[in-house]
Design a protein around this ligand. Sequence first.
Ligand code: SER
Length: 338
Amino acid sequence: MSTYTIVTGANGEIGHSLLEKLHAAGRTIIAIDLNPLHEHHAAMCTHVFSGHMGDVTNHELYNSLEQFDLDEVYHLAALLSTSAERNPELAQKVNVGGTLNLLELARKTGKRMQRPVKFLFPSTIAIYGFPSLTEKNRAGAVTEDEYTLGRTMYGINKLYCEQLGRYYDELYMRLAPTKEHGWVDFRGVRFPGLISAFTVPTGGTSDYAPEMLHAAAQGKSYSCFVREDAQIPFMAMPDGVDALMNLAAAPKENLTRHIYNIAAFAPTAAQIAGQVKSLFPDADITFAPDVNRQAIVDSWCADVNDNAARNDWGWNANYGFEECFRDYLAPNIKQRYA
Ligand code: SER
C-alpha cells in the first residue's frame, strides 16, 4: 500500500515548485488548495482536494484524509502578512486553526501507523520584531531565539504554530497514562522573502522584490512600496523548496531544534532594483513608500544567522544575490514572458 505526502497550499507559489520536486522524487502526492490546480500540477498528484474540500479549516476534509497512510505533511496553506493584517480573524482561523487541524491529522495517523509523520512547516522572518530601525540595524543577523516579538498577525500566528508543533512532537497530552507525544516529527524553516522566476506572490509584504522583477520583465513600470534602504533577507525559490525537502530528509538525531533560520542574501530594495535594471535596462522603477507596509518591513530583521541549519543538516543556499539573478531568474523569467 502506498504512503502519501500531503501538500496544503499546493496551488501557491511554494506549492507549485514543491509539487514538481516531490513528483520528480517519486512521491505519491495528495494536494490540497482552495483553488483548483492547473492540469500540469494536478497530473503530479494521485488526489486533489480543492474548493470547499480544499479548505484547511473544513473538518469534512479531515474525514476524507484519515484513511491515508502518511510519510510527510508539507503544510504551506496560509494568509501572508499583508492579507493577515487586513483580516486578522480570518488569519487566526486559517493560519492557526488550519495548522492545528493538520497537526491533529498527522498525530492520529502517526499513532494509527505506530510511526511518526514528518510535519514540514514554513515559518517566516515575520516572527521577528524590532521596535525601531536603530535596533534592527544594530542587531544585524539574528539567531532563532532573539527578537522573537513579531509585530504582525501573520508573524504572531507563525510563532505560535512553531510552538504548537514543538508541543505535538515533544509534549502532547503529557498527563495521559499512555505516551501520546512523538507521533508528529515537527520540523520547520523560517523563510525569508522568496523570489520565483515563474510566479508572483499574493498578500505578502516582501512582495516588492518579485513584483519589481516581474513588472520589469513585462515592460511595466513599478512603484515600490518601501524605501530604497529597506533591508530584509531574500532567497531564490528553488533554494527555499530544497531547504524544506533537505530538512525533511535529515536524520532526526542530528537536529538540535525544531525551527531553523536559513539565509541566502539580504539586499536593500535599491540593490534589488539595481539587479533588476542590469537584467532589464529599460526597467522603470520608482520608490513611493507606503508608511504602514514600510513599518512592517522595518520591524523584520535585516538578516538571519543560519549556523544551526548549516551545522545540523548541511544547509547551504545554491544561489547568492548575483547568482540568483544571473543563473536562475534571468534565463527563466525571459523565457516565461517571451
Ligand atoms: N513573504 C512573507 C510575507 O511577505 C514573509 O514571510 O508575508
